[in-house]
Ligand binder design. Structure first.
Ligand code: PBG
Length: 332
């Protein structure tokens, strides 16, 4: 569609920008708390929380405190929460067995949230990195990531999370074949209503730094994730991944990180027209918070502007650490 713009002065595009009322009438996109999925960090212990140093405003909470936090977020209009576990070095092993234990903190947190706010959608993370001695999302043998054996483990993780009451599974590992394997296992075990929000186009990004800090993986990680996460230079490959994940049974797809990859979001939405999400990752959050803390940026303003960018690019929703703060602003 070609915009019709008659010559000046017939067209004065400023006319419609003159007043808040006129601007509101022609505004193309809107943000709402229902656009947000709130990522949270849980840790061992009781009745405690601690700040994540590299993510000002973000806390790690013990499982017994996560229900109240979820209830508050749901009360603000945020429909979904995504649980990430902090695991210390002593809990990490080569076989990653804790990953599919129903009693690991992530799975306990799912049950805690579902009992505190049953209406809230609970999303999980499926990848071995919080449990792996070397910090990788998959098993490592002789310096190589072992794809298919990793997929078997991811399926066990997925089934445990589904049994604990998860509504949305989030495979974030970027192994090949994991969506199909997880979908088949869910069908076989009568979890046909559990949804999959695939981390489909997940790039090998330096913007994950503060998150690895938050989950205790920074010191664990040996090497990089370039053999499974995407090359930041690619876009066609992202379309192939979306096609592949949808055909294997993903209900929703994600682009990650967010702000540097909004071109990918737009392509996914335009070419596939499926529920499309983006993750405004830890490094994006950290840089805005750091600049705001220095008085270099207006924190609230850049938060809202950045979130609107996701909507404009075509996102149906955004995973963002800003979720509660942005929801509060939107609710006035
Ligand atoms: C782990 C995972 C990562 C993030 C979400 N799940 C980190 C990584 O891949 O190393 C990053 C989230 C963020 O930076 O906010 N599979």
């Amino acid at each position: 569609m070609k915009p019709v713009v008659p010559p000046f002065p017939n067209a004065r595009l400023r006319r419609l920008r003159q007043s808040p009322a006129l601007r509101a009438m022609v505004r193309e996109n809107a943000l709402s708390p229902s656009d947000f999925i709130w990522p949270v960090f849980v840790m061992e212990g009781t009745d405690a929380e601690e700040p994540v140093a590299s993510m000002p405003g973000v806390m790690r909470r013990t499982v017994d405190r996560i229900g109240a936090a979820a209830r508050e977020a749901y009360g603000l209009g945020i429909p979904a929460i995504c649980v990430f576990p902090y695991t210390g070095m002593e809990q990490r092993t080569e076989d990653c067995a804790l990953a599919w234990s129903p009693d690991n903190i992530a799975n306990r947190a799912i049950r805690e949230i579902k009992s505190a706010v049953p209406e809230m959608a609970v999303m999980t993370d499926i990848a071995l990195d919080p449990y792996n001695i070397n910090g990788h999302d998959g098993f490592v043998e002789n310096g190589q990531i072992i794809n298919d054996r990793t997929v078997d483990a991811l399926v066990k993780m997925a089934l445990t999370q589904a049994k604990c009451g998860a509504d949305i599974l989030g495979p974030s590992d970027m192994m090949d074949g994991r969506i199909g394997a997880i979908r088949a296992a869910l069908e076989a075990e009568s979890h046909q209503n559990v949804t999959i929000l695939s981390y489909t186009a997940k790039y090998a990004s330096a913007f994950y730094g503060p998150f690895r800090d938050a989950v205790g993986a920074s010191s664990a990680l040996t090497g990089d994730k370039n053999t499974y996460q995407m090359d930041p230079a690619n876009t066609d490959e992202a379309m192939r991944l979306v096609q592949r994940d949808l055909s294997e049974g993903a209900d929703m797809v994600m682009v990650k990180p967010g702000m540097p990859y909004l071109d990918i979001v737009r392509r996914v939405k335009t070419e596939f027209g499926v529920p499309t999400f983006a993750y405004q990752v830890s490094g994006e959050y950290a840089m805005m918070q750091a600049a705001a803390a220095n008085g270099w940026l207006d924190g609230d303003a850049v938060m809202m502007e950045s979130l609107m960018g996701f909507k404009r690019a075509g996102c149906d929703g955004v995973l963002t650490y800003f979720a509660p703060a942005a929801a509060k602003l939107l609710n006035g």
